[in-house]
Design a protein around this ligand. Structure first.
Ligand SMILES: O=C(O)CCC(=O)C(=O)O
Ligand SMILES: [Fe+2]
Length: 235
């Protein structure tokens, strides 16, 4: 829908070189050169993004990446799209407390039991963003051809104004956001690097969509973990 020139980059370079460019609709506050703290932005009234570019150290990220690649029962599920069943362009796995069933696009995921590694990552994420989660969706993007199309995480079981914490391991990928209703609001692009944590809250799911586009660049795999809080299952 929008041309690339409409996208405004939110880049984080190495320590001391951080550069954040935002559209005129976004307010920037609390930008910190210390990458252990978050960069917080309001992308519209009552919608917040917080980004910790170094939530995990490179050594920690590498260890969790290797463990998760090898030990996760990755699956390529099929979803219903325009009346057809199509395989998702990535692999995924769903973990959580026993009652945490999650349904989207005609798919119903039963939770796998928490592993020690995932509980460690959950504790780290909860400590940083001061929010509790009971489930996590793991996505594995095997190469630049794997992607995640435009969507909002607005399923009823997540409740209104869910807080979603997205931890990235492996190759840097571009994450885009666009406003659902107001086409004059410029989109946002964030480079999600190894070990970064992005927290979306407020109206981020009710007023905005996000996606992870394909890239033609030859790139390594990336694992993304979105920690969520399921309020009630469908049954
Ligand atoms: O891979 C990402 O960064 C986004 C994942 C996502 O949006 C989702 O699983 O709902
Ligand atoms: Fe999402």
């Amino acid at each position: 829908m929008s041309s690339n020139s409409q996208w405004v980059a939110l880049h984080c370079y190495g320590a001391g070189e951080d550069k954040v460019l935002l559209n005129q609709n976004a307010l920037l506050y609390g930008l910190q050169r210390d990458f252990s703290g978050p960069n917080s932005i309001d992308i519209d009234k009552d919608t917040q993004l917080q980004l910790w570019p170094g939530a995990l150290t490179p050594a920690e990220s590498g260890k969790y990446y290797d463990d998760l690649i090898a030990s996760t029962p990755w699956r390529q599920d099929k979803i219903r799209l325009f009346g057809r069943h199509v395989a998702i362009p990535r692999l995924q796995a769903w973990y959580g407390d026993t009652h945490c069933h999650y349904s989207y696009s005609g798919l119903r995921l039963a939770p796998l039991p928490w592993t020690p590694q995932l509980l460690q990552l959950k504790a780290r994420v909860e400590q940083l963003c001061q929010h509790r989660f009971n489930s996590v969706l793991l996505n594995l993007y095997r190469n630049g051809n794997d992607s995640n199309g435009w969507h909002s995480d607005d399923e009823p079981e997540l409740g209104e104004q869910p807080v979603i914490a997205s931890l990235s391991l492996g190759a840097t990928r571009r994450f885009k956001l666009r406003h659902k209703y107001d086409k004059t609001v410029a989109g946002i692009t964030i480079n999600l690097n190894n070990g970064s944590l992005l927290v979306m809250s407020g109206h981020s799911q009710s007023h905005w969509q996000h996606c992870l586009p394909k890239t033609a660049r030859p790139i390594e795999p990336r694992i993304n973990l979105t920690f969520r809080n399921i309020l009630h299952g469908p049954n």
